[in-house]
Design a protein. Structure first.
Length: 517
């Protein structure tokens, strides 16, 4: 059995740089702590070369020219940790969530997919890089050795079975995650490396420092064997971004949203999932910051931030970041935020991707992703509630319907009747608004109709069907409807059609409601 340890060095800084890749080429220092005693908690290599070190106060760090001081991003760290878990779950379901910057996975059985252990380690490093994290990976036959070596050696390291002690002997003892008291004891004894610790007698070490000493002695000897504490897979995919300066224009905001969508889609692809719905939550800039009135006490007591919430569902699960960005842009163009955006919170609801297989004799349907984009563009022009599929309401009133979201139905078996023959369905093409017509009656039944410049004879008529309703409303209705077959003998060539006509008892007029196809 083999285990892989994934460690993200300088995790706090990488979490911030993952959201803003342009910071990687600038000297950065992160600060944290209670104000005003801020202290530097993380620096990158460029800032370290200038002399900035962890533990410095903020005032001391600002003395170095060119160093950019940033607050620690706890939300970014939460997201980066979730990304690290996604990487681990993309390789194996047997994963242990060890620390915010470390995960352990059981790679036993992955050789059939990736080949040798070197290929597995390289694939994990590559996957982390795709997610915006620089990771150190170590593979070993026991968990503890892999965890220690991953923290100590850069890149991908494979430890052959039986050589665990050889890889550990030169490492300092503080790499074993010792307690502060045990570190002081080993320092007084002069034990600085794992080799020196492994050479100590176990019984004497246990008598001096207890079972903790026996545990670290076992790890330093390369025999740290234990079981993984398996973590349950999470299904929450969120991305956060906080801007230093609020963004008001759509173009720079789209650039940031595109970056977040790329990250979300990459995470979902690693888990073999797709986006079912997107939820956007913008924290907007307070209005009084741009129009501050020092004489207005009401503005001082005003709520500091207002929110903008936007959500939309997809007809089929998708992980095309470019398509999602176009849909988000169209939504923001239709209903833009009423103030500049200060913070962005994006949440994706996951679902399994759509799996379809085309048939040789099944008509080709529009691609759902492209169709959704087309519908969004139409809705941007005509309005959100004016495009979709009509849905009948719980009423007998003519033309009583509402629009609901259009979705492409999956290909299904054709409907047949009891005799095994194909069912034939009649379509009705409604006229909106209904067409005013002239009807002549004989014995209470229509005998000819004239509308839209056409005049025809009624061959067959079925009806009337009296319907009424909404008598409690301001606009009640009452109609007598007929289904008629009409011949138009005076047209060239003669034609016929099937129509539904009605007599509105309140208006005392006849109308053509539509034609049957």
């Amino acid at each position: 059995m083999a285990f892989a340890a994934i460690f993200v060095p300088n995790f706090r800084l990488q979490a911030v740089v993952r959201c803003e890749p342009e910071l990687a080429i600038r000297p950065i220092a992160l600060i944290d702590g209670p104000p005003p005693t801020y202290q530097v908690v993380a620096v990158n290599r460029l800032a370290a070369r200038l002399g900035v070190a962890e533990g410095m106060t903020k005032a001391a760090a600002t003395q170095f020219p060119g160093v950019e001081i940033r607050p620690r991003g706890k939300l970014q760290e939460t997201t980066a940790h979730a990304v690290l878990l996604d990487v681990a779950w993309s390789f194996s379901p047997r994963m242990e969530d060890t620390a915010p910057d470390t995960v352990l996975i059981d790679v036993d059985g992955l050789a059939s997919l990736f080949g040798a252990h070197e290929n597995i380690a390289a694939s994990i490093v590559s996957k982390c890089a795709e997610m915006g994290l620089t990771a150190q990976v170590a593979l070993a036959e026991n968990v503890e050795t892999a965890s220690v070596v991953a923290r100590a050696l850069p890149g991908a390291t494979v430890i052959p079975e039986g050589r665990e002690a050889k890889f550990l002997e030169s490492l300092p003892v503080h790499m074993l995650s010792l307690s502060k008291e045990l570190c002081e004891v080993f320092e007084r004894w002069g034990v600085k490396t794992c080799k020196a610790l492994a050479s100590l007698p176990v019984i004497s070490l246990c008598e001096c420092v207890g079972q903790e000493g026996v545990r670290v002695h076992t790890i330093a000897s390369g025999n740290g064997i234990r079981s993984l504490v398996i973590a349950e897979p999470a299904h929450c995919f969120e991305e956060f971004f906080e801007l230093e300066d609020a963004v008001e224009d759509l173009e720079p905001l789209s650039f940031l949203l595109g970056r977040l969508l790329d990250q979300l889609c990459a995470r979902l692809a690693a888990r073999s999932l797709a986006v079912r719905a997107i939820h956007l939550h913008f924290t907007l800039q307070p209005s009084f910051e741009s129009a501050f009135d020092s004489c207005s006490e009401a503005i001082r007591k005003k709520e500091l931030f207002s929110d903008y919430v936007c959500a939309f569902e997809l007809p089929v699960p998708c992980r095309d970041a470019k398509l999602l960005l176009k849909l988000v842009r169209l939504r923001l163009q239709s209903t833009p935020p009423h103030a500049p955006v200060q913070k962005i919170h994006m949440l994706a609801e996951p679902s399994f991707p759509r799996v379809t297989q085309g048939g040789l004799f099944v008509p080709e349907v529009p691609d759902p992703e492209k169709l959704e984009l087309t519908i969004a563009r139409i809705a941007h022009v005509v309005g959100e509630g004016n495009v979709g599929s009509p849905q009948l309401m719980d009423s007998h009133r003519p033309n009583s319907f509402r629009m609901h979201r259009f979705s492409v139905a999956s290909a299904s078996a054709q409907q047949v009747d009891r005799n095994g023959k194909m069912e034939t369905k009649i379509g009705f093409r409604a006229y909106r608004p209904p067409v005013l017509t002239k009807v002549n009656l004989r014995g209470g039944r229509p005998i000819n109709v004239a509308f839209l410049g056409r005049s025809g004879e009624v061959v067959h008529a079925s009806g009337p069907w009296r319907t009424s309703g909404d008598w409690w409303e301001e606009d009640p209705w009452q109609q007598d409807a007929w289904d008629v077959e009409v011949n138009f003998p005076y047209e060239t060539p003669p034609s016929q059609g099937f129509y539904r006509i009605c007599f509105d008892s309140r208006q005392k007029k006849w109308f053509v409601l539509g034609a049957y196809d």
